[in-house]
Write a protein that binds this ligand. Structure first.
Ligand code: ADP
Ligand code: ZN
Length: 516
């Protein structure tokens, strides 16, 4: 199986997080590596996946027993043979782990560093065919740091005894610690080092509510005539239509999707690589393996499926470090479509929940009130200052205190048992005289007709923002009925207020005048 297949089938991810792919490649290739990644960045995958691809056992050393147990459980649930040797084990557990090792069944062996102190471990491990050592929290080897674990100093010895590659991971990025890690773990062998925050400062970030999407994309492309760019679309049909429209507007454009003949696809890839100023209008099938450094812009004609997908797709722009622009369009139909895709997929329930959460994170970014980059990097665990290079830093969002309409909406959801979608709730708020409202007695609710000061489209925008702030979540168990989240409670109780964006509500182009 390929790394990409493991990523999908075992871990349930559609793509790599920033930085993961290069690290996985190096570790699979058996190089000594040191990877520095922010917490939450996805370090564990960088040794778990190579462990599956490589023959033999990977020994994972980690100081965090609870985390080891979690990972072992997670891996077993995914059908991977993993075990742990920690002080918390019963004798039976320990025996079972050794037996699995002896029988050559185990792929990952987690070990607390204290274990290295008991004699004979290197010899025993040598017998069972270890092919890789992975060290989590590698900064624990630093005597000057506050997480120092004396037993980490034995890891170098283990590496020499087993004579296998070692991959070390940490979130601590300061230079001294790095030097110490290299010296203590790798000795004279210099590891390949990966130190990359997630920030791509040369990429300008911008979002816009879909208004006239084709025109919005055309305008964006027109302002960048002659530059290489990618437009991502949600459907194959759309790639063809949009490529044609761009061509008619005088651009050099072609479409690309998974339904095309392999030869045709290769031809587009080659042209894009070779020619300047070509626009490829594509589905997400385009990108893996595209290695063009001077892509000047990436636009999303439809909302990507998750925050990871967004990051990966915009990340194809500006690899050369020169300025690059992005624009992502979104609208209520996108959100519905992406939710539906997740709910109608065949993934098990926990995975669907996780997919919804990743989509929610992207919606939060769409509706961000402050710097986009701060929000995006924050999701990947990286703290940062306002960037000065995104649409919201360029022009702060026009916000207003939206506590009143948000409370109206929450109350409408609650009083109807949290089992209706935005469409129905909006009709209640507007006080619409409809059969479906009267039949259910919803015209008798105190919230009936309290929201007349907003139009239907404005309410849609308010609901979308509420979902972006994770105040309401569609519940797949109730046909997408909107449920209130914990975050919404203090607002409903009037203990917290909430800001909404006026601009994206206005862009909803109502016939009515906006009073807010
Ligand atoms: P770290 O050890 O760097 O703090 P973890 O390995 O615990 O981070 O990963 C953090 C979170 O990111 C986990 O919830 C994990 O499931 C998720 N994650 C890791 N890699 C990916 C990926 N490629 N796509 C989506 N989610 C991922
Ligand atoms: Zn910014």
């Amino acid at each position: 199986m390929t790394a990409a297949a493991y990523l999908r089938d075992v871990f349930g991810f559609d793509g790599f997080r920033p930085g993961q792919e290069e690290i996985v490649e190096a570790v699979v290739a058996g190089r000594n590596t040191l990877a520095i990644m922010p917490t939450g960045g996805g370090k564990s995958l960088c040794y778990q996946l190579p462990a599956l691809v490589r023959d033999g056992v990977t020994v994972v050393i980690s100081p965090l027993i609870a985390l080891m147990r979690d990972q072992v459980r997670g891996l077993r649930e995914a059908g991977v043979e993993a075990g742990a040797l920690t002080s918390g084990n019963t004798q039976e557990e320990t025996d079972a782990v050794w037996q699995a090792l002896e029988e050559g069944r185990l792929k990952l062996l987690y070990m607390a560093p204290e274990r290295l102190a008991s004699g004979g471990i290197p010899q025993m491990l040598r017998r069972v065919g270890v092919s890789l050592i992975a060290v989590d929290e590698a900064h624990c080897v630093s005597q000057w740091g506050h997480d120092f674990r004396p037993d980490y100093l034995r890891i170098g010895e283990l590496r020499r005894a087993l004579d296998v590659p070692l991959a070390a991971f940490t979130a601590t990025a300061d230079a001294e610690t790095q030097v110490e890690i290299v010296e203590k773990l790798f000795g004279s062998e210099q590891p390949q080092t990966f130190l990359r925050g997630f920030d791509r400062p040369n990429i300008h970030l911008a979002f816009a509510v879909k208004d006239q999407p084709r025109k919005q994309i055309l305008n964006f492309a027109n302002a960048r005539k002659g530059q290489s760019g990618i437009v991502y679309c949600g459907t194959r049909a759309k790639t063809e239509g949009l490529a044609k429209a761009l061509g008619e507007a005088g651009h050099l454009a072609c479409h690309y999707h998974g339904g095309m003949e392999a030869d045709d696809r290769r031809e587009v890839e080659a042209r894009f690589q070779r020619e300047d100023g070509l626009i490829v209008v594509a589905t997400v099938a385009f990108g893996m393996g595209i290695d063009k450094p001077d892509i000047r812009w990436v636009a999303h004609a439809d909302l990507p499926k998750s925050i990871e997908a967004y990051y990966q797709e915009i990340g194809r722009a500006g690899r050369d470090g020169a300025p690059a622009e992005t624009l992502t369009l979104f609208g209520p139909d996108d959100i519905r479509y992406r939710r539906q895709q997740i709910d109608e997929g065949l993934a098990p329930p926990e995975r669907r929940m996780a997919d919804h959460a990743r989509l929610n994170a992207l919606l939060g970014l769409c509706e961000a009130l402050d710097c986009r980059r701060q929000t995006l990097l924050g999701y990947f665990g990286e703290q940062s200052e306002p960037c000065g290079h995104c649409d919201l830093c360029d022009k702060p969002a026009d916000v207003f205190d939206g506590t009143t309409p948000v409370r109206m909406a929450l109350s409408a959801a609650l009083r109807t048992g949290e089992s209706y979608g935005a469409g129905h709730l909006i009709e209640i708020l507007l006080g619409s005289d409809l059969d479906k409202i009267r039949e259910r007695g919803h015209d008798q609710l105190p919230t009936f007709g309290v929201g007349k000061e907003y139009s239907r489209r404005e309410w849609q925008a308010i609901f979308r923002q509420m979902m972006g702030h994770d105040l309401l979540r569609p519940d797949p168990e109730r046909h997408g009925g909107l449920r209130m989240t914990e975050r919404a409670r203090p607002i409903l109780r009037d203990e917290e207020s909430i800001r909404l964006r006026r601009d994206t509500i206005k862009a909803a182009k109502s016939g009515n005048k906006i009073k807010m």
